[in-house]
Design a protein around this ligand. Structure first.
Ligand code: 4AD
Ligand code: MG
Length: 476
C-alpha cells in the first residue's frame, strides 16, 4: 500500500509490505537511501541489497532523483531512525543529474538557495519553513472563523491609495510607447482599461471597512503590493497581509484582539509543528554560533514562542516611548542612526527594537501616535495632536502589526482629507460609510511574512515566502 513518509515514520505497519514515493536526499554506501516526500522533516531509510539490483539501476539513484520504492517495513537496526524499508522493488521515476543538481547533501548558504528558489524547498530548512507557513495560514482562518469573523476578499486592483503613501504598482493596458494623451499632453487614463488610473492594492482596509459596516466582523488574508524601494530583511514588494476590521470596536478592543490573535496562532504552531520548530531552533543555534555573543538571541526559538504565548504585551503610548528613547543610552551616546530629539519624530526600526529587546524585553503595543506621522483615516484624539493608532512591536522584527480606530466622524474626516490634499471625489464611497449609519470601528493589518519570520526564526523575509518579489528580483 502507498504511504507518505510521515505515515510510515509515525505509525507505519511493521512487518507489512509498503510503498512510498519521494526524492533521494542521499545514497550512502550503495545501500542506504534517505528518501523524503515533503510530508515531514524526517526521511525514510530504504535499505538496498545491491546484489539484487543491477548496477545501471543503482547508478540512477542520485541525490534529487524521484523514486517509487516498495518493500517490507521493519524496525531499524541502525541508529537515527526507528523504521526502515527493506527494498524489494525500486522504480526510478525521474533521474537527477549528479553533476548539475544544485541541492547536494551538504550545507548550502541561504543566499545560494535564494538563487535556486525553485529547488530550495527540497532542503530541510525551506520545507520546514513552508510547512510552518501553511500551518500558520490555517491557524489564521481557524481563529477568525471560530470568533465570528467572515473571510472577506478585498479587490487586488484598486483606484484608491489606502495608505496615502503613493508607493503603488500601476495596472494598465495602455500602449507604453504610444499612450493616448489629453489636450495638455498628459497620459489620458480615461482611455485605459478601467477608464481611470488603477494600481495593485497596498491594503484591503478601506474596502474591508465597507464590509465591516454590514457584516460586523470581517478579515482579509491576501496579497498586497508595495513599490517601496527598501531592500531590507523585512520588506517585500509582494507580501500577504491579514486585515481584520470590526464594527463597534474601539482601540482597546482592537489591541485586545491583536494580542489574542497573535498568541493563538503561535500556540497553534507550537502544538502542531513541533518537529519542524525543533529543527529550526537547532538551525538557528548553529547559525548564531558564528555571531558575536551580544548579537545572539537570549532565548532559543521554542522558548521565545512560548514566551509570547504566556506573557502580556506591554501597552505604552507614543509619548511615553519618546521619553524613554530620548533618555536612553544609545540616544545620548549617539548610537542610533536617527537621534530622537523631539516629540513627533517617526520611529525607525532601531528605536522599535530598542524598546522591545532592551527596554521592555517583551512585545510592546505602542499607541496614540502623532497624527502627522500616521494615515488619514485614523481617529483624532481630544488633544487634536494624536490619533488612535497602534503598532505591535516584536523582538527581532520590529513592527509586525499596524492598526487603528478609524475616524467615523464625517466632518473630522473631511477636514483631515482636505489638509492632506486627498480628493473627496475619489473616496466618495468611503465617505458614504460616514453618512449612512456610521459607527465606531477599528482594525489592523498583520504582515504575514513577518509573523512567519518570527515563528521560524528566519532572519530574512526572502526566506519565508516561496518566490519573493523585491526590487530587481522577480525571476521565478
Ligand atoms: O502598517 P501598515 O502599512 O498598515 C496598513 O496597511 C493598514 N491599512 C492596516 C490596517 O489597519 N488594516 O501595514 C501593516 C503591516 C505592517 O505592520 C507590516 O507587518 C506589514 O503589514 N508590512 C509589510 N510586510 C512586508 N513587506 C512590506 N513591504 C510591508 N509593508 C507592511
Ligand atoms: Mg505601519
Amino acid at each position: 500500500m502507498l504511504h507518505s513518509v510521515k505515515e510510515l515514520l509515525d505509525k507505519g505497519p511493521i512487518g507489512k509490505e509498503v510503498a512510498v514515493n519521494g526524492w533521494v536526499r542521499s545514497f550512502r554506501s550503495n545501500r542506504f537511501i534517505a528518501l523524503n516526500d515533503g510530508s515531514t522533516i524526517g526521511n525514510i531509510q530504504c535499505v538496498v541489497d545491491f546484489e539484487q539490483f543491477n548496477e545501471s539501476l543503482l547508478k540512477q539513484i542520485n541525490t534529487g532523483a524521484a523514486l517509487n520504492v516498495s518493500g517490507v517495513l521493519v524496525e531499524s537496526q541502525g541508529k537515527g531512525q526507528s523504521v526502515e524499508i527493506q527494498v524489494k522493488k525500486l522504480v526510478v521515476l525521474g533521474e537527477a543529474d549528479a553533476e548539475s543538481y544544485p541541492i547536494q547533501p551538504k550545507k548550502h548558504s541561504l543566499e545560494f538557495l535564494r538563487e535556486k528558489a525553485h529547488l530550495r524547498v527540497r532542503t530541510n530548512t525551506f520545507a520546514a519553513v513552508m510547512r510552518v507557513r501553511s500551518a500558520l495560514s490555517f491557524a489564521v482562518h481557524q481563529y477568525f472563523q471560530k470568533n465570528g469573523f467572515y473571510y472577506f476578499h478585498a479587490p487586488i486592483i484598486t483606484g484608491s491609495d489606502a495608505e496615502g503613501a503613493g508607493e503603488m504598482f500601476r495596472v494598465t493596458t495602455l500602449d507604453e510607447k504610444n499612450p493616448p494623451l489629453t489636450d495638455n499632453g498628459e497620459v489620458n487614463y480615461k482611455e485605459d482599461f478601467f477608464g481611470k488610473e488603477t494600481n495593485l492594492t497596498v491594503s484591503g482596509q478601506l474596502e474591508a471597512e465597507a464590509y465591516a459596516m454590514g457584516l460586523g466582523k470581517v478579515y482579509t488574508f491576501g496579497p498586497t503590493f508595495r513599490a517601496e524601494n527598501s531592500n531590507t530583511s523585512r520588506h517585500l514588494a509582494e507580501f500577504w497581509m491579514i486585515e481584520p476590521e470590526m464594527a463597534f470596536y474601539d482601540l482597546d478592543a482592537n489591541m485586545d484582539l491583536a494580542e489574542d490573535f497573535i498568541k493563538a496562532v503561535i500556540a497553534y504552531v507550537l502544538e502542531n509543528c513541533t518537529e519542524d520548530l525543533q529543527f529550526l531552533e537547532k538551525r538557528l543555534l548553529d547559525e548564531e554560533k558564528s555571531k558575536p555573543l551580544a548579537e545572539r538571541s537570549e532565548m532559543a526559538l521554542l522558548d521565545k514562542l512560548r514566551f509570547i504565548v504566556d506573557n502580556d504585551f506591554k501597552r505604552v503610548t507614543y509619548t511615553e516611548a519618546i521619553a524613554i528613547l530620548r533618555n536612553s543610552k544609545p540616544n545620548k551616546k549617539g548610537k542610533f542612526q536617527y537621534r530622537i530629539d523631539e516629540w513627533g519624530a517617526d520611529l525607525q526600526s532601531e528605536h522599535e527594537r530598542f524598546l522591545v529587546e532592551k527596554h521592555f524585553k517583551c512585545p510592546v503595543i505602542l499607541f496614540d501616535y502623532p497624527a502627522k506621522i500616521k494615515a488619514f483615516y485614523m481617529r483624532l484624539n481630544e488633544d487634536e495632536k494624536t490619533v488612535r493608532a497602534m503598532d505591535v512591536l516584536f523582538p527581532g522584527i520590529g513592527e509586525i502589526v499596524g492598526g487603528s480606530q478609524r475616524e467615523e466622524r464625517l466632518d473630522v474626516l473631511l477636514e483631515k482629507m482636505k489638509a492632506l490634499n486627498i480628493d473627496e471625489k475619489e473616496l466618495w464611497w468611503y465617505l458614504d460609510l460616514r453618512k449612512f449609519g456610521t459607527a465606531v470601528h477599528s482594525g489592523f493589518g498583520l504582515g504575514f511574512e513577518r509573523l512567519v519570520q518570527f515563528a521560524t526564526g528566519m532572519g530574512n523575509i526572502r526566506d519565508v515566502i516561496p518566490f519573493p518579489r523585491t526590487p530587481q528580483n522577480a525571476e521565478f
